[in-house]
Design a protein around this ligand. Structure first.
Ligand code: GTP
Length: 429
């Protein structure tokens, strides 16, 4: 779910209306895709993510109202509605990891092997990097089984194999909330309502309501009374300066563990390949930095960003008339944020950057937490590997013929024994 607007009845009712509209759209689409005779038996679950976690922190009552409005709508749909809830950051990380490894066939060493040769030639599971609007998750199987931080460790038993998984969800570090956090930090030194921002293109201007900016729990701590009600953001298109400001969001000063990502959060050494999806993919794909076979090296990603951020807004707008202005205007910030998060936040190096693959879909399925959520709720992934290997078509036909022969033989034997004792005497059997 996209993040809700800040407090104030109008902001919240707007959020409820938006949620209701998106849901209506989803339901209409689902009714087209699922054959009508299967509507009643098709289970529907709703999981809400960090936008709703933030709303719940800010105003639990309103968050529950939003959920119950959504529930009512789903209950009146023709589908078999099973429940709506806000999932935790840990769950979001875990389900994203389950989704991509399920689709890549890492649990059973089969699946969409031909679609992603780089990731699917790997025998181990693949780590998951998810970037939303309000939170971001990193999940992978570290080399060391013992975790220094229990709150970051999960244990799964899937298809007869045990997995000790590291996961962390950074609330407020989704790209929309990160932009808000950057803006309120920039505002701390501002004397007027005009802010020069290197993360937007030159010639780009945007007004941001100060009230909205401080409305999120991610920015509330920075709240100060300002003489102006609006912030006037003016782009200056400078990747390096933008990166410097973004990096201030990652506090690397103290770490109570042997190794941390940022803000004192434990992070074991990065291990193996990673699939990066959701906004990681939307942004890197737009910037042509997501090629499946060989994603651009970190250095070329940085030069692409330098070049892109320095382009005047009028030129960018003219070059991409089909892209929504909200997304287009923020690609400079978002691309820079992604590089900083991966490099400075998580510590990907020039070498380990090459282990990341930006994924939109795997086969025909979206990479994201939702499939993993459904697989879990519908018990589609067994804890133990089935002892019987599934039969091939030829094996199945052979088995059917053999069973038929045994059945006929048994009937014949029964008939001989109970009805025609002379069969035995004549030595038929
Ligand atoms: N460029 C681009 N951005 C998109 C698109 N769809 C969504 N986004 C943005 O990508 C970010 C992630 O969106 P979602 O994947 O819906 O994630 P979310 O529900 O906000 O995730 P949480 O933070 O966990 O709540 C948000 O900032 C969206 O505004 C798209 O088609 N193109």
């Amino acid at each position: 779910m996209d993040e809700p607007k800040g407090p104030g009845i109008s902001g919240y009712s707007q959020a409820v209306q938006n949620a209701s509209r998106s849901l209506q759209h989803c339901l209409e689409r689902a009714q087209e895709v699922v054959p009508q005779q299967q509507h009643q038996e098709t289970p529907v679950y709703l999981g809400a993510t960090a936008g709703m976690r933030l709303l719940s922190l800010d105003n639990r009552h309103v968050a529950m109202e939003v959920l119950s409005a959504v529930e009512n709508k789903l209950r009146s749909s023709p589908f078999n509605f099973q429940g709506a809830r806000i999932i935790t950051g840990q769950e979001e990380g875990a389900y994203g990891w389950i989704t991509i490894n399920y689709l890549l066939g890492s649990f059973k060493q089969s699946g969409w092997l031909n679609f992603l040769p780089k990731l699917t030639s790997i025998k181990e599971t693949v780590g998951a990097l998810d970037l939303g609007g309000a939170s971001t998750q990193i999940t992978f199987v570290p080399e060391q089984e013992q975790s220094e931080s229990q709150e970051n460790s999960l244990h799964f038993r899937l298809y007869g194999k045990s997995y000790n998984v590291y996961t962390h969800s950074f609330l407020c570090y989704g790209k929309d909330q990160a932009l808000r956090m950057k803006l309120v930090r920039d505002l701390q030194n501002a004397e007027t309502g005009r802010l020069q921002d290197p993360c937007f293109h030159t010639g780009y201007e945007r007004n941001v309501s100060i009230r909205d900016l401080y409305a999120s729990p991610c920015t509330a701590n920075y709240k100060q009374s300002l003489a102006f009600p609006q912030l006037h953001v003016v782009g200056s298109g400078d990747y390096q300066a933008c990166q410097t400001r973004i990096e201030e969001l990652f506090n690397k000063t103290s770490c109570p563990y042997s190794k941390c990502s940022f803000n004192g959060i434990f992070l074991p050494p990065l291990q193996g390949h990673f699939g990066a999806f959701s906004a990681f993919y939307f942004v890197m794909n737009f910037l042509n930095l997501s090629a499946e076979s060989s994603p651009a090296p970190l250095n070329s990603a940085i030069s692409t960003m330098k070049n892109f951020c320095s382009r005047p807004w009028s030129e960018v707008k003219a070059a991409y008339p089909q892209v929504k202005e909200k997304y287009l205007s923020e690609y400079c910030f978002s691309g820079t944020y992604i590089i900083s998060l991966l490099k400075t936040g998580y510590g990907f190096s020039l070498e380990t950057w090459q282990q990341i693959q930006f994924l939109g879909k795997i086969g025909s399925s979206d990479a994201g937490w939702t499939l993993g959520y459904m697989l879990n709720l519908t018990n589609m992934i067994p804890a133990e590997q089935s002892l019987m290997r599934p039969l091939s078509h030829a094996g199945y036909v052979g088995l059917m013929v053999l069973s038929s022969l045994v059945l006929v033989g048994a009937l014949l034997l029964g008939w001989c024994i109970f009805r025609k004792p002379r069969c035995l005497r004549k030595g038929i059997v």
